[in-house]
Design a binder for this molecule. Structure first.
Ligand code: WT7
Length: 651
C-alpha cells in the first residue's frame, strides 16, 4: 500500500470549538518567539505559586557556560498543583482510573480526595524512613496507582524521584540506584503483565547486593506473591500508610529545585541521568497536555506509556493531574488476552483521548481491523502517537479504523530531555499529514542545520539535522552530577543550539518530518537504546572478544538490534551460544535490549587507526550492501566480503 502523504488532512468537523483554532496557534506562536518573557510570564500562571516569580527566563546555550533557569525566584509545590488545588471543586471527581492487567479484575476509580489522602500518607511514610528534601528515591514499580502516589509523595516532601522501568534488569537497577545515590528504593512484590508476573522484589533484592547496605526498600504488596523479606531493610508500605497521619504539609520548593531524574540512553557509555526541575517542567507538561490533546473537563485521557518513561511522567501523571484531569493507568499489554484489549478499555471507560506508540499500532494493525470493529469507539475525540516516526500506512490505519476519520491525530515529537512535546500538531489548529509531526509547539524554535558545517539551512523543502535555537520551560537542566557531559552531549557539536540527535526534513509547507537518529542511538519499539550499551553488555561475556551493534529496519519494532560478535580465540560459534548471549544481554540490561539478530564476525571492518566503521555495518544489517561507499581506508577490506556473505537479514 502506498499512501499520499503530501496533502494536508483537514481538521475534522466538530473541532470548531477546540481550545485553539488556526489563528490562535499563529498568534500565540509568534508571540512566544518574539517575546518569550511576556508569553511565559503569562503562561506560567496556569499553575499555582506559593510565591510568584519575578524573573521568567534566564538561559544561555553558550558551550562552556550552558545554564537554563525558568521562573527562578518562584516557589511552588508540584503535588499541591496536581492535587490540593483541585480539591475545592473536584474532590469527588476521578483523578486516576486503574485498569488492571486481568480484564476480569475490577477497575479502580481514585478520586482527587482519595489521591490526596494516599499521597499525604505515602509522603509521611517517606519522612518516617528519613527521606529529606533533595534526597533521591528510586521507584521500580508496576503500572499501578501506587507508582503515581510514590512520585507525588516525593514531590510533596521535595525528594527527587528516579523511576526505573520495571522491564530493566537488577544490574541496570543497581547502576541507577548507585549513580544517583538513592537512599531508598520503592518496589512491589510482583508485577502482572500479559498474564505473566515480573518478580520486582526479587530483582530489587538482587540489585541491592550491589548497593550500599544503607539503602532501604519499601515494598507495595500488590499481588500478595511470596517474597523474601529482610527485617530492618524492607518496609511494608501499605501497612505503614495506615499507621501514619493523613496530613503531610507540602514542602515549598524553588522553581529550579530538581523534581526528578530519568535515565536515558546516549550514544556513548552508561545511561545519562536527565534532570528536570520543578516550575518550568510543570508549566510545560500542563500546557502541552491541555492544548495538544484539546483536554477539557469531563474528558477521560489515556496514555498507554509506562511511568518508567518520560511519556508516563508528563502525560500520565504530571500534565493531566496538574490540569485536574482524569487519567487512565493501564497495567496490561495491548495483545493480551487478545488483540482487542486496547479498544475494549477505550470502550469500557469511554476514553476521549488515546495516546500510544507507532509500534503498538503496527502490531495491532497486523491482527486485522476486526479486533477494533468489535468495540464501540464513539467516545474517542483525539488520537496521539509518540516515540518514533510513524509510517504513513500505520497512520492511515489508525485514522480509519480507530478514529473513523473523525479524530485528529497528533504526532508528537519530543524526547526525555525536552520534558514535553516539541513538534506536534494541535487538534483544531493544525492540519495533519501522515508521518509528519507538523509544526513547533509554543516557544520552540527549530532549525534545520547542515550536518557538516552546522550552518542554518533556510527556507522550505530542505533536509538536515534538527537543532533548537532557544530554551523552553520543559527543557532538561543538566545531567545528574555531570554538567560537563551535559554540555558536551547537547551543546558542543552545534554551538549555540540544543542538538536533538535527530535528522529532519522541512517540506514545502514548512512541516517537519523527523527522519530518525543520526547518532548511535536506536529506537526499538519506541524504546531508546544506546548501541554502546548493548556492546558493553556483550563484551562483558567471557566468550566474547569484540562486539558491534547497529539498528536495522524492523516491520513491527521500527528498528531491531543487530549484533556483530567476535568470539574469543578457540570458542566455537553455535546456536546454543547465541541463545546464551541473548539471555546474557537480557540479564545485563533487560528484555528490551535482547539482540534480534546475532552474526558471528571473525573480523570487524576497521580503519587503520582501529576505529570500527559502523556505516558499513549498518549497510550490511540493512541488506543494502550495494552502496557501501568508500572502503579503501579499511585495514583489511576482506572482512567486509565475509560479513556480506554471512549476513543475517535477507529480504
Ligand atoms: C527519540 C527520543 C519522549 C517520547 C518518548 C521517546 C524519537 C520521539 C517521535 C515522533 C519521530 C520520534 C526521536 C527522539 N521520537 N517521538 N513523534 N516522531 N521520532 O523519548 O526515549 O527520549 O526518545 O525518540 O528519535 O530523539 P526518548
Amino acid at each position: 500500500m502506498s499512501v499520499d502523504n503530501t496533502a494536508k488532512h483537514p481538521i475534522p468537523p466538530g473541532f470548531e470549538d477546540a481550545l485553539l483554532k488556526p489563528a490562535d496557534y499563529t498568534r500565540m506562536y509568534d508571540e512566544s518567539i518574539r517575546d518569550p518573557d511576556a508569553f511565559w510570564a503569562r503562561e506560567g500562571r496556569r499553575i499555582d505559586w506559593i510565591h510568584p516569580y519575578s524573573v521568567v527566563k534566564n538561559t544561555d546555550f553558550t558551550f562552556g557556560k550552558v545554564s537554563i533557569k525558568w521562573f527562578e525566584d518562584g516557589i511552588l509545590n508540584v503535588s499541591v498543583n496536581c492535587i490540593d488545588r483541585h480539591l475545592p471543586t473536584k474532590a469527588e471527581q476521578t483523578a486516576i482510573i486503574f485498569e488492571p492487567d486481568d480484564p476480569k479484575a475490577t477497575a479502580r476509580h481514585i478520586t482527587y480526595a482519595e489521591l490526596s489522602e494516599k499521597v499525604n500518607r505515602f509522603a509521611n511514610v517517606l519522612l518516617s524512613q528519613g527521606v529529606m528534601r533533595g534526597d533521591r528515591v528510586v521507584i521500580y514499580m508496576p503500572m499501578i496507582p501506587e507508582a503515581a502516589y510514590a512520585m507525588l509523595a516525593c514531590a510533596r516532601i521535595g525528594a527527587v524521584h528516579s523511576v526505573v522501568f520495571a522491564g530493566f534488569s537488577p544490574d541496570a537497577l543497581a547502576n541507577r540506584i548507585n549513580d544517583c545515590g538513592a537512599k531508598l528504593v520503592i518496589t512491589a512484590d510482583t508485577a502482572p503483565r500479559g498474564g505473566r508476573r515480573t518478580p520486582l522484589k526479587s530483582n530489587t533484592d538482587a540489585a541491592l547486593l550491589h548497593c550500599s547496605d544503607r539503602v532501604r526498600c519499601l515494598v507495595v504488596k500488590h499481588t500478595g506473591d511470596q517474597t523474601t523479606w529482610i527485617e530492618g531493610r524492607d518496609v511494608d508500605v501499605l501497612k505503614l500508610m495506615d499507621e501514619v497521619s493523613p496530613d503531610c504539609p507540602p514542602r515549598p520548593m524553588n522553581a529550579e529545585d530538581p523534581l526528578f531524574i530519568l535515565y536515558t540512553s546516549g550514544s556513548t557509555g552508561r545511561p545519562k541521568g536527565v534532570v528536570h526541575t520543578t516550575g518550568g517542567y510543570l508549566v510545560y507538561a500542563a500546557m502541552t497536555h491541555k492544548y495538544v490533546f484539546d483536554y477539557k473537563d469531563g474528558d477521560i485521557f489515556w496514555c498507554t506509556a509506562d511511568v518508567g518513561w518520560v511519556t508516563g511522567h508528563s502525560y500520565i501523571v504530571y500534565g493531566p493531574l496538574a490540569n485536574g484531569a482524569t487519567t487512565l493507568m493501564f497495567e496490561g499489554v495491548p495483545t493480551w488476552p487478545d488483540a482487542g484489549r486496547f479498544w475494549e478499555v477505550c470502550d469500557k471507560h469511554r476514553v476521549t483521548q488515546f495516546y500510544t506508540a507507532p509500534t503498538a499500532i503496527r502490531s495491532l494493525m497486523g491482527q486485522g481491523p476486526e479486533w477494533v470493529d468489535r468495540h464501540d469507539l464513539s467516545s474517542l475525540r483525539v488520537l496521539g502517537t509518540v516515540g518514533e516516526p510513524i509510517n504513513p500506512e500505520a497512520w492511515v490505519w489508525y485514522d480509519k479504523h480507530v478514529g473513523k476519520g473523525r479524530c485528529p491525530i497528533v504526532d508528537t515529537f519530543w524526547q526525555t530531555e525536552t520534558g514535553g512535546h516539541m513538534i506536534t500538531s494541535i487538534p483544531g489548529a493544525i492540519e495533519t499529514k501522515p508521518g509528519s509531526a507538523t509544526l513547533p509547539f509554543f516557544g520552540v524554535k527549530p532549525e534545520v542545520l547542515d550536518p557538516a558545517s552546522g550552518q542554518i539551512i533556510e527556507g522550505n523543502g530542505v533536509e538536515g539535522v534538527l537543532a533548537i535555537a532557544d530554551s523552553w520551560p520543559g527543557q532538561m537542566r543538566t545531567l545528574w552530577g555531570d554538567h560537563q557531559r551535559f554540555m558536551e552531549a547537547y551543546f558542543q557539536q552545534y554551538p549555540g543550539y540544543y542538538f536533538t540527535g535527530d535528522g529532519c526534513r522541512r517540506d514545502e509547507d514548512g512541516y517537519y518530518w523527523i527522519t530518525g537518529r543520526v547518532d548511535d542511538v536506536i529506537n526499538v519499539s519506541g524504546h531508546r537504546m544506546g548501541t554502546a550499551e548493548v556492546e558493553s553488555a556483550l563484551v562483558a561475556h567471557e566468550k566474547v572478544a569484540e562486539a558491534a551493534v547497529v539498528g536495522f529496519p524492523h516491520q513491527i519494532k521500527g528498528q531491531g538490534i543487530y549484533a556483530y560478535v567476535t568470539l574469543m580465540n578457540g570458542v566455537e560459534p553455535s546456536d546454543d551460544l547465541k541463545r546464551e548471549l541473548e539471555t546474557w544481554v537480557r540479564t545485563e540490561i533487560g528484555p528490551i535490549a535482547k539482540p534480534d539478530l546475532i552474526q558471528w564476525a571473525p573480523g570487524l571492518p576497521k580503519t587503520r587507526s582501529g576505529k570500527i566503521m559502523r556505516r558499513i555495518l549498518r549497510k550490511i544489517a540493512e541488506d543494502d550492501f550495494g552502496s557501501l561507499g568508500d572502503t579503501s581506508t579499511l585495514a583489511d577490506p576482506g572482512v567486509v566480503d565475509e560479513l556480506i556473505e554471512n549476513r543475517m537479514n535477507r529480504a
